[in-house]
Design a binder for this molecule. Structure first.
Ligand code: AMP
Length: 118
């Protein structure tokens, strides 16, 4: 079954898309945790970081370059921001389609805070 992000990439469900090319799509998170919260995803349906192959490494680099450029265009590059990629259950990954969170626009707290409920 296609993940929700595959449906967004295909245009089958709406999203606030901020960047798109053949390999990478970026859209605003539906539940932002900061003034800027954008998800950068590969169009290739790689489920998790553990599924990334060495052949995918240029694609991963492109995701980071797209995040860098969006941070600049959103005006948060000088103050700084956070890039996060969660992996599977303990990492808190909810959507099994690789995605890089670009979060910024305010001072962010500690990277890991509190205990997750099991
Ligand atoms: P993660 O927990 O790392 O898998 O992050 C998944 C993110 O996807 C969460 O921050 C959700 O708010 C976000 N999300 C889920 N569904 C949508 C959607 N339809 N459009 C935009 N963001 C979404």
């Amino acid at each position: 079954m296609a993940s929700i992000f595959e449906l967004i990439i295909a245009g089958d469900i709406p999203a606030d898309i901020v960047y798109r090319d053949e390999e990478v799509v970026a859209f605003r998170d539906i539940k932002p945790v900061a003034p800027v919260h954008v998800l950068i995803v590969p169009t290739k349906p790689i489920p998790t970081t553990d599924d990334v192959s060495d052949a995918d490494l240029p694609l991963i680099g492109r995701m980071y370059a797209v995040a860098r450029d969006i941070a600049r265009s959103e005006g948060i590059a000088d103050d700084g921001y956070r890039l996060v990629m969660n992996c599977r259950d303990h990492g808190g990954q909810e959507v099994a389609h690789l995605h890089l969170h670009l979060i910024g626009g305010r001072r962010l707290g500690p990277m890991v805070g509190g205990e997750a409920a099991d």
